[in-house]
Ligand binder design. Sequence first.
Ligand code: 6PG
Length: 256
Amino acid sequence: MITGMDQPAEIIVADDPPALAEAAARAIVELAREAVAARGRFTVALAGGGTPRATYERLAQAPLRDRMPWDRTWVFFGDERGVGPEHPDSNYRMANQALLTKVPIPSAQIARIRGEAEDPESAAVEYARRVAEVFACKRGELPRFDLILLGMGVDGHVASLFPGSPVLKEVFRPVAAVHAAAAALPQRFTFTFPLINAAARVTFLVAGPEKAKMVKAVLGEPGGGLPASMVRPTDGRLTWRLDRPAAALLKVARSR
Ligand code: 6PG
């Protein structure tokens, strides 16, 4: 099993994508309730891509919808594509359609990345500032998200941190504008590893047989240079939620 700096990652395998979504959505509600009970609010960064959509849809439906403390929930995005909020490829649009427009969360508690910005660098700085404001961070201090959700690409990318990108080595900026040549939409915005690894909990949502090889590479070879292997919360917990096809090449995995 891969280890985070302190604790081993938890690997949870669901039978299929709907079961993965159901279990993930339930776990998010539990975390949210715990966070609100302990600290008065829940801060989450959503993942883009296709896999999380079903989880977001579950969260938007009863009974989970009614168990979520929406008025105490703050929503951010771990990455965004370089498009506006109405664009079919916008991560914000996906989350908005699947979840955010369907639940009673105050709009002031949703922070989207301005993917359409003409000056991507300023948009990244602006987003980092927004995050820092909500968390009331002192200069140089990193926010500790209650939960950062991530997907993983077949190449091992997470958020918009692609293999070989110089931004993998970022130590200072919590949010960066990046050019990901391998991506269909190369202009991207992304949380960097210092911010991801400062979270209290990071949860991967990964489904499909096409991910199996990379899941094996990442979970079998900790410390490799793949972006997904670099997700190692310093003082937090790491959970991988997989469906059975994505977990097919792993030897040891717990079913749930
Ligand atoms: C994005 C992402 C990205 C995504 C993976 C997995 O904006 O594209 O946030 O990191 O999570 O590419 O995507 P799927 O879930 O669609 O396979």
